[in-house]
Design a protein around this ligand. Structure first.
Ligand code: IPE
Ligand code: MG
Length: 224
């Protein structure tokens, strides 16, 4: 979800104004998933690198995350959305972590849409944390190092219960992945769109999915 800051700047408003508008888009896109046949949606809300922003912006974003969870919890539960959070929670404030835990518990019985929100998430950080836990299991004698393969490591990732993404969309015209689902997107299709996130409508989303459905995916094999 990129481009909130530029969207606000173009209107002569503070960056947080753009983040607020971006938050409203999340709701619209989440709501459009059932009709568009999307069962898993992962949104990148805050990266392990976003701490480098000003203290005011970081604090504003954390407040927005808390507000979003409080405001949307009931609707998410009632609409069959199962919410999960990925990323390192250690650096997040306890109040936010408590809200995240509560929302996960509140929606744990849902299965219509699996919404994953990445907060303090970085692909490299995730692999490093997974490796640390894997190494501790080896050290404790719970895991034979000779048996470790890609599937073993994947079980230690934050995403261990989720399927790999079929499609990764980045908004705002930047053609880079910035540490998002590095391991999981090995065979994902990518779509880079110029639209800034606060302008990303469900119509644009539907069009991207339509184009995606026409792509041929070979996963390294040869077809035809
Ligand atoms: C994305 O919008 C939202 C977050 C990373 C939290 P940006 O804040 O990156 O917006 P630009 O890139 O400055 O326009
Ligand atoms: Mg950006």
């Amino acid at each position: 979800m990129d481009g909130n800051g530029r969207w606000a700047q173009a209107r002569g408003k503070p960056r947080l104004f753009g983040h607020q508008a971006g938050g409203r888009r999340v709701r619209e896109i989440v709501e459009s998933c059932p009709e568009l046949g999307v069962k898993y949606l992962t949104v990148f809300a805050f990266s392990t690198e976003n701490w480098k922003r000003t203290q005011a912006e970081v604090a504003g974003l954390m407040t927005l995350f808390k507000r979003y969870i409080v405001k949307e919890a009931t609707a998410l539960r009632d609409h069959g959305v199962r919410v999960r959070f990925i990323g390192d929670r250690v650096r997040l404030e306890p109040k936010l972590v408590a809200l995240m835990d509560n929302l996960e518990a509140l929606t744990a019985g849902n299965d219509d849409l699996h919404l994953t929100i990445a907060i303090n998430y970085g692909g490299r950080d995730e692999v490093a944390r997974a490796t640390r836990r894997l190494a501790l299991d080896v050290k404790a004698g719970r895991l034979d190092p000779e048996t470790v393969d890609a599937e073993t490591l994947a079980r230690y990732l934050d995403t261990f219960v989720l399927p790999d993404p079929d499609l990764v969309i980045r908004t705002s015209g930047e053609a880079r992945i910035s540490n998002f689902l590095l391991w999981q997107s090995a065979y994902s299709e990518y779509e880079f769109v110029d639209t800034l996130w606060p302008d990303f409508t469900k119509e644009i989303f539907a069009e991207i999915l339509e184009n995606y459905s026409k792509r041929e995916r070979r996963f390294g094999a040869v077809t035809g």
